[in-house]
Design a protein around this ligand. Structure first.
Ligand code: NAD
Length: 328
């Protein structure tokens, strides 16, 4: 099949070319938007990533261009208007699981860095400053970790935190028996907020989870709590979180995702003026750590993303089901 890739970075090209067998590939650095949609003309399928926002109007343009398949090289699919795709007879496939460990381990990296301040210690020592002032952390052992969403990534994360000797409490709309067997306690959403010293978000972004962490939710949390979001930016009402950081209600914030990350994350803007004041404010706090959506970025995950995406495309071409169709 002829496949047009949007929002591609050198590592996408490297891994997709490595695992391609029979398809004809074109890699565009530009994200898929109203004007770049015409680049899809002459292709059978497009392959997109998390910040390619596919609305009704773009779906219409893709349908006119002859696109029959949208292959998401991500697990999340909140960025695609599925109703519009269905009406246009365009199939949507995704990579539901590639390496839950990649994201779970990144969440742990955020916790460890925020807690033990290794990012600050690294810079200090390189500058000949061997002082330990302001580097005090806390033991993770016996702390209570709250997990919102205990699917593949939440489960991998829970296993790691159990290994640290943490008590793990969780909220999900459906319970994971493996975790219950491991001793994890399911509670209501409010109980997780009230009990946890660290909260990590691992549920998808849906109408129900939009701004799940808002002013009211934050008010129920312990003072000085650590909040980690490696899932989707809009799970958090960012201005409410900024206020909570200012009052010290929130003691630490680790983000791999941000509601307004499109056009910012994945790009080198080091010589540009940052116009997003909320992000600039977040970056100004000493107890906030932001990474630009790199939870998935491991060799193992990139390999799986490429292999599964090609399997999805081949199944579609052969009129078979891959099992990774996004259905509504
Ligand atoms: P999953 O489908 O295996 O698990 C999601 C869990 O969330 C399920 O157990 C589900 O029941 C639960 N859930 C759904 N609605 C909920 C609600 N209203 N309240 C509480 N729980 C709810 O998905 P996964 O593979 O574990 O991925 C989770 C999320 O991680 C994805 O949706 C995606 O947004 C994000 N993600 C981020 C990266 C990254 O690079 N940072 C990479 C992959 C995935």
């Amino acid at each position: 099949m002829k496949i047009a890739f949007f929002s591609t970075k050198p590592y996408d090209k490297e891994f997709f070319e490595k695992y391609n067998q029979t398809n004809e590939l074109a890699f565009y650095e530009v994200s898929l938007n109203e004007s770049s949609a015409k680049l899809a003309e002459g292709f059978d399928a497009i392959c997109i990533f998390v910040n390619d926002k596919i609305n009704v109007s773009i779906i219409e343009k893709l349908a006119q261009a002859g696109i029959k398949l949208i292959a998401l090289r991500s697990a999340g699919f909140n960025n695609v208007d599925l109703d519009a795709a269905k009406k246009a007879n365009i199939t949507v496939v995704r990579v539901p699981a590639y390496s839950p460990h990649a994201v779970a381990e990144h969440a742990v990296a955020l916790i460890m860095t925020l807690n033990r301040k290794t990012h600050k210690a690294y810079n200090r020592v390189r500058e000949g400053n061997f002082s330990l002032e302001k580097l005090i952390g806390f033991d993770l052992f016996q702390k209570t970790v709250g997990i919102i969403g205990t699917g593949k990534i939440g489960e991998a994360f829970a296993r790691i935190m159990l290994g640290f000797g943490c008590k793990v409490v969780a909220y999900d709309i459906s319970q994971n028996q493996i975790l219950i067997d491991l001793g994890i306690k399911y509670c209501s959403f409010d109980e997780v907020l009230q009990q946890a010293d660290i909260i990590s978000l691992h549920c998808p972004l849906t109408d129900k989870t939009l701004h799940l962490i808002d002013k009211q939710a934050i008010a129920k949390m312990k003072n000085g709590i650590m909040l980690i979001n490696t899932s989707r930016g809009a799970l958090i009402d960012t201005p409410a979180v900024v206020e909570a950081l200012k009052t010290k209600k929130l003691g630490y914030l680790g983000l791999d995702v941000y509601e307004q990350e499109a056009n910012i994350f994945f790009n080198d803007l080091s010589e540009e003026i940052l116009v997003d004041d909320t992000l600039a404010r977040l970056m100004s706090f000493p107890n906030v750590l932001i990474t630009s959506h790199q939870g998935f970025l491991t060799e193992e995950a990139l390999t799986q993303i490429s292999v599964i995406t090609f399997n999805n495309i081949t199944a579609f071409e052969q009129r078979k089901k891959s099992g990774n169709e996004v259905l509504i």
